[in-house]
Design a binder for this molecule. Sequence first.
Ligand SMILES: Cc1cc2nc3c(=O)[nH]c(=O)nc-3n(C[C@H](O)[C@H](O)[C@H](O)COP(=O)(O)OP(=O)(O)OC[C@H]3O[C@@H](n4cnc5c(N)ncnc54)[C@H](O)[C@@H]3O)c2cc1C
Length: 502
Amino acid sequence: MNPDLQTNKRIVILGGGTAGWITANAMVDSWADKGFDITLIESPEIGTVGVGEGSTPRLKLFFDALSVQESDWMPKCNATYKNGISFANWSTRPGFERYFHPFATQIDRHTLTAFYFNTYARRQGVDLHAHPDRFFLSAKLAEKRQGPKPNENFPFVVEYGYHFDAHLVGEYLKERAKGLNVKHVQARVLDVNQTPDGDIASLLTDAGDTIEADFFVDCSGFRGTLLQQTLQVPFRFFAENLFNDSAVVLPTDQVADIGSETVSTAMKYGWAWEIPLTHRIGNGYVYCSSFCSADEAETELRTALGLLGSDTEARHLKMKVGRVEQHWHKNCLAVGLSQGFIEPLEATALNLVCNTVYDFIETVEAEGFAGRGRESFNERTNQGFEKVRDYIVAHYIMNTRDDTDYWRQNGENKMVSDPLRQILQIWKTGKNLNEEMERLQIPSSYSAMSWYCLLAGYGFYPDIRPMPADNPAASQFNMTKIDEFIRRCSMNFRSQNEQLRF
Ligand SMILES: Cc1cc2nc3c(=O)[nH]c(=O)nc-3n(C[C@H](O)[C@H](O)[C@H](O)COP(=O)(O)OP(=O)(O)OC[C@H]3O[C@@H](n4cnc5c(N)ncnc54)[C@H](O)[C@@H]3O)c2cc1C
């Protein structure tokens, strides 16, 4: 064991949002045998951001690692199962106005070849069915409002995420961490004391206490109290290719038949999410304040939801999109909104939180707290942010709307990273995306399948070319058989409503 881990450490986490409590749980579990003293400080007065209701399958891995059962946490957090995300009205190409980005299932192995073949042929101009949805079981489950948990006789693994009430997940994780001896201090940090060499020494609270520690985790949200404000680590904004900086949030009543997907619908100056929880639907409009005012955004969202005359109150939020230059600096690690944020189009924030925390734990276990693994950790975490950003930017580059300057400027934006430029080029030139991404070692957090779904889902294809009637490509895969295969597989899944009866 690294000698640095043999001495008792005092760790203070500043912030009790989802990031703070995920960090506390991950650390207390991973270091249960080390006798570390972990304290979390949060200010009820400041509160949490209170949004963040969708996840990727990474959250399931997190709960599995803690041995937390779905039957325990899901009902307490009004949580539902999520098969993936539908993107509606981003593309105006006929037949491609909507597509589904599925979470992976083992069943995909049986249909991916056909999907890849058809998209390959379609990119050469052959008239074949090349929209992703018919090839994926998760898309069918979402369409039929079925949950992702198969009946016992279905021997294939299905990945899935969740929708949940962010506040309640925080509460759940808080109680769990407190039960494992994480100390909880409710106070506002007013000042930060530093050592002569610039490390953080202690935090001064409004209760007059000075809380010392050896290591600090900054989970203070967009404020970035410790890493950005005290240690002056610079923040890199992603505004050159992610324009959105604001959001407005409005809940609506849940319908009887609960859905099992997030829906992201393009609006005039951004997009709106629709997230089904057990007790309500979470809705929000993410937009760019240079193109529309908060009032205009609220009115557009209210109109879309049929809430124009309603007195349901809307919440307005500002978003700081980008990342810090170093996530771990001196004796401080930033996790969550304090380390950076990419707009929630693919619900990736908690994914990045989990990746950051567990990578940090592994790095410290191998190299200690003193900082030997710090540089490579920061490099990996930066890459993680940039790889997610590229996938989100691709949605904007692929959009074909021209109803507002917002969409035109997004579509024409040339500020794309080299990896994203390469991916788009490979697709456009009709090459094999899997092979080329591997050969050129293009960094991506997303699998080739996700890239195929995005590019095919937007209908990013050349015009169909006339082919001889007996063109062999046209009869290569029988879509009716694929439809039947997916339909039969889907019979092994019950409705979301039924799957939520624990
Ligand atoms: C519009 C929007 C939609 C989102 N949607 C998603 C989504 O679908 N999926 C997803 O994964 N993520 C989403 N996110 C991100 C998600 O909300 C956050 O990643 C997550 O909630 C973690 O937030 P946090 O804990 O870092 O910060 P916060 O929730 O802001 O918590 C900050 C904590 O720090 C405390 N604090 C701050 N300063 C002090 C101080 N001086 N003294 C004491 N305490 C202090 C506060 O009291 C609070 O407890 C979304 C974010 C936004 C803005």
